[in-house]
Each structure stands twice: as structure tokens, then as C-alpha cells.
Design a protein around this ligand. Structure first.
Ligand code: MN
Length: 505
């Protein structure tokens, strides 16, 4: 996986020569103070570095070009402290290929009612400087996030923070590698997609590997490494007695550890950030990878079952975006329903592969038969997921474009314990209610493989969709089926015609 430390947002201020050196020095000093405030904000998970006051078309083009080529730069925050004639920005914005956020703020929060004069007015005119800049962005049909408010306002920091997460995710996807191990579950449609289009749109690659490529790594693991990993399992989880040393299934635990070590070594050698498996293609593996997949996800790897590479990439992306937030993110599957008239609920789970980052308590490490795939019983972590707000997200390949669907959900505790269910599980009530949510999701083409996150919200996801230029559909507390259907129909036209909306006329 890529090193995502030391990423920077570049703070660029718009102005012009007209104001004279004294005013421009003040603009630069004020900009440095604003950038430092954002840099210190705990809501913004990247360094914010003041770069320059752009006063000429040449300077603006130059800083945009520099940003394009700076590996550490994940995006620009742009603010026009004074008026900045926006024809100066055409050249720079035309070549800029990093995401940008337009911060519409003002240095002084309050009007100095008793002392204000024309000098003050000339220095503090973001009110119209930013509108001039905004016109040019709109005229050029540029995707960006506009955040409005005083730069010390915590709400402003939160809006910038959400976008920073999306910019970080976008940065992480560029050049990221997804390994599709063993291709797709046969005849399944929704886990397929256009890998060329995905690389062109999102920047990650998907390449196929035979399961034998992984088996070579699995079979070359040493007994001592396997033993130490088994000891680690005992430290981290409640391991059932039969799997412990001396227990009658201990060999299965060792096999699980061997698979984990092999998969890790394989992914490290490929430089991969995510992977898929399929239970229909396990030649040479004695178990369907369960525990190993759970632990790799927990370490930040993307994963999709049954060859679902779009979801593997989305899990990786969302894990980068959730970063240091509380909550966790996991591959998930809408498994089965509780359709009681007093509260419809969804039970989400998978055969094995749910990430322990969303576990409510120390997971239990167990072994049970798997009625599919014809392999030995796989070891897996079993746990519940704590109640609380969450989202489900999915990427749909519509053939001519990608759509990101997000549904706000409320995680709830199971009505009763689930003693016979041998897998990790989450229970949730979708917003605005089960019927509207499921109908909207189905009309949108969303798969049964959502990514479930207790850490992220719709804003981060929408910001990512905007940065990557894909369609975004949010099913939230205000959604109705007829409005969602209308939006889907309108989007068909908009995204088809969008390529023709050239800014140059
Ligand atoms: Mn599945």
C-alpha cells in the first residue's frame, strides 16, 4: 500500500497588483494566519501549507503546474482575499489536475462599524472577489467544493475536513493496485465491470491472478512464523478451545495463519492495496480465506468477495478516507431481513469476510463448516456491531459511467442474541425507512455488496464523487421513491450530455 503520510493541501490566495505592495503584504500575512489555523485544526486530516498570493496569470499558472507535479500535494484551497480578476485564472485552472476547494471567507469576522473606511473595504473584499472567482469556475464547468463561513468557525473546518478526506482518498487511488484472485463467481453480473473505464476514471488498476500464484506464497511459510501468528491470535481474540494448542482443531488455526502469511506476502510483493477472492476457485488452498481477509481489511486493505473488484477498491478508498475517525469500515452484504410491521430491519453479514474494525467487542475466533465451496472448515472472527449511525455505499457500473449510491442507516442491536449464527453480523434500519431505501437502492442498480462504514458520512462520499466526476445518489431521511426515480432519470440525460458541455463554447 502507498505511504499516505505527509500529505499537503496547498493554500493559494487570489489578488492582483492594483492594491500595491503594502496591501499585498498584508494579504499574504493574513493568508498565512488562515492557513495556519486550518493546519492546526483537528478536523482537517492533512497539512495545510500557505503557498502564494497569485497576482498574475503567469504566477497562477505556475503554482497550478507545480501542484500537478508535487507528489505530496493532494489538492488546493483557494481564497480571494481581495478582488482577483478571474480571467487571470483561466490558464491555471485549465491545467490544474488536482482537486480544489474554494474557501469563501473573510479575514475579520466582524465589521468594524465605527472605524471602517475605504482602505479597509479595499483590503477585505472577498465578498466580491470570491464571486468573480466562482463565476470563472462555473463558466469553466469545474467541479469543486465551495465552503462558506469564517475561517475559525468549527463548522467550516468540518466541511473542509470532509473534502480533505475525499481528496486524500482520490490521491490514494491514483496508481493503486487491486488483485483479482481467481476471477469472478460464475454467472454473477453485478460484480463484473469495465476495468479499463475504472482505471481511466478512478486511477486504480485491476489485474487478475491465478489462485496458484497465492498458493505458492502460502506453501512457503515457515512453522515458526505460523506459530507466532497463532500466539498473536490468542492475544487479540477469544479463541475457542478446540482451536488452541492441543485442541482437536488446532491444525485448522495453523492453516488459517499460513493462508494469512501467504496472502500478506503475495499482496506485499504485488504492491497491492486491495484484492478479491472467490470460493469457486480455491485450488491448492485448504480453506476459503476468512480470518486472513478479516485481518487484512482491518489493516486497511480493500476487499471484495466473489471477484467484486469495484467493492474491493471502494473498501480501500473508504478506509483511507476514514483514517483516524472512530467507527470502522467493512465489506458487507445485505443478507436477510426482519420484516416485522413495527420495524423492518436488515441483517448484514457475509460468509466470513466482515472487518473487525466495526466489532463492538473483542471478537471470538471460531471454526464452523461452510456449506459452499467444498473445502475444509474455515476459521473466522465472529462478533456483533455496535448500534449507531452508519452508511452503506456502493459503486455501480452502468456501462457508460459509474454511479456512487449512499444510504444513511441506523445501526441497531439485534432484538435477541444470535447464538447459532457462525459469522460476524450487523443489524441496521435504513433511512428513511426500509421500503423506500430498498426500492431506491434497487432502482439505482446498487448491488448486494455495500461497504458499511460507521466512520464516514454522506458528505465525504459526495465530495469524493465530485472529485472523481461520477454520479452521486444519496438515499437519506428525506428521500422518496418518486424523487429518487426522477433523479435517476434526470441523471441519465445529464451525464450523457455532460461531455458536450465544453466551457470553451
Ligand atoms: Mn457476496
Amino acid at each position: 500500500m502507498r505511504n499516505l503520510n505527509n500529505l499537503e493541501l496547498w493554500f493559494v490566495t487570489g489578488s492582483q497588483h492594483l492594491y500595491g505592495p503594502e496591501a499585498l503584504a498584508q494579504v499574504a500575512a493574513n493568508s498565512k494566519e488562515v492557513a495556519a489555523e486550518l493546519d492546526h485544526s483537528t478536523s482537517i486530516p492533512a497539512k495545510v501549507v500557505f503557498k502564494t498570493v497569485g497576482e498574475t496569470p503567469e504566477a497562477i499558472r505556475s503554482i497550478c503546474s507545480e501542484a500537478n507535479n508535487a507528489e505530496s500535494c493532494i489538492g488546493l484551497i483557494i481564497w480571494c482575499h481581495t478582488f482577483s480578476p478571474a480571467k487571470m485564472w483561466i490558464g491555471g485552472l485549465s491545467i490544474l489536475n488536482k482537486p480544489f476547494l474554494h474557501l469563501h471567507t473573510q479575514f475579520h469576522r466582524d465589521l468594524p462599524w465605527h472605524t471602517i473606511d475605504m482602505d479597509y473595504m479595499n483590503l477585505h473584499q472577498a465578498a466580491h472577489g470570491d464571486r468573480e472567482f466562482g463565476f470563472m469556475c462555473t463558466r469553466m464547468r469545474l467541479e469543486r467544493k465551495v465552503v462558506v463561513g469564517h475561517w475559525k468557525d468549527p463548522e467550516v473546518h468540518a466541511r473542509i475536513g470532509a473534502w480533505t478526506r475525499a481528496a486524500k482518498g482520490w490521491h490514494a487511488l491514483q496508481g493503486a493496485k487491486m488483485c483479482r484472485i481467481g476471477d469472478n463467481m460464475r454467472e454473477v453480473s453485478v460484480t463484473e465491470g469495465d476495468k479499463v473505464a475504472a482505471e481511466a476514471r478512478f486511477g486504480y488498476t485491476v489485474n487478475g491472478y491465478g489462485v496458484g500464484d497465492v498458493v505458492e506464497f502460502v506453501n512457503s511459510q515457515s512453522d515458526s512464523d505460523i506459530n507466532s501468528l497463532c500466539e498473536k491470535y490468542v492475544d487479540e481474540y477469544n479463541v475457542v478451545p478446540s482451536l488452541l494448542k492441543g485442541g482437536d482443531r488446532h491444525d485448522s488455526l495453523r492453516e488459517g495463519a499460513r493462508i494469512e502469511l501467504g496472502l500478506r506476502a503475495f499482496l506485499a510483493e504485488k504492491g497491492a492495496s486491495g484484492f478479491t477472492t472467490t470460493f469457486e476457485d480455491l485450488h491448492g488452498l485448504r480453506q476459503l480465506p476468512g480470518l486472513s481477509v478479516q485481518r487484512l481489511m482491518s489493516d486497511g486493505y480493500g476487499f471484495g468477495a466473489e471477484g467484486d473488484w469495484k467493492t474491493a477498491a471502494l473498501v480501500y478508498l473508504m478506509k483511507v478516507m476514514d483514517g483516524d475517525l472512530e467507527g470502522g469500515t467493512s465489506f458487507m452484504e445485505d443478507y436477510t431481513y426482519h420484516l416485522h410491521p413495527e420495524g423492518h430491519k436488515v441483517l448484514g453479514s457475509h460468509m466470513l469476510e466482515i472487518c473487525p474494525s466495526i466489532a463492538s467487542a473483542k471478537p471470538s475466533l471460531e471454526i464452523h463448516p461452510l456449506g459452499i465451496g467444498g473445502k475444509e472448515d474455515p476459521v473466522r472472527l465472529v462478533f456483533d456491531v455496535a448500534a449507531g449511525p452508519a452508511i452503506n455505499a456502493v459503486i455501480v457500473d452502468l456501462g457508460n459511467r459509474f454511479r456512487l449510491v449512499v444510504n444513511d442507516v441506523d445501526g441497531v442491536d439485534p432484538d435477541e442474541p444470535l447464538p447459532k449464527l457462525p459469522v460476524a453480523r450487523a443489524v441496521w434500519k435504513p433511512q428513511p425507512d426500509f421500503k423506500i431505501s430498498a426500492a431506491s437502492w434497487i432502482y439505482s442498480g446498487g448491488s448486494h455488496h455495500p461497504v458499511f462504514s460507521k466512520a464516514l458520512n454522506g458528505e465525504v462520499m459526495e465530495d469524493f464523487a465530485s472529485i472523481s466526476g461520477i454520479e452521486f445518489l444519496h438515499i437519506d431521511q428525506d428521500s422518496t421513491v418518486s424523487e429518487v426515480r426522477k433523479e435517476l432519470r434526470n441523471n441519465e440525460v445529464y451525464y450523457h450530455a455532460n461531455k458536450g458541455f465544453s466551457f470553451a463554447g
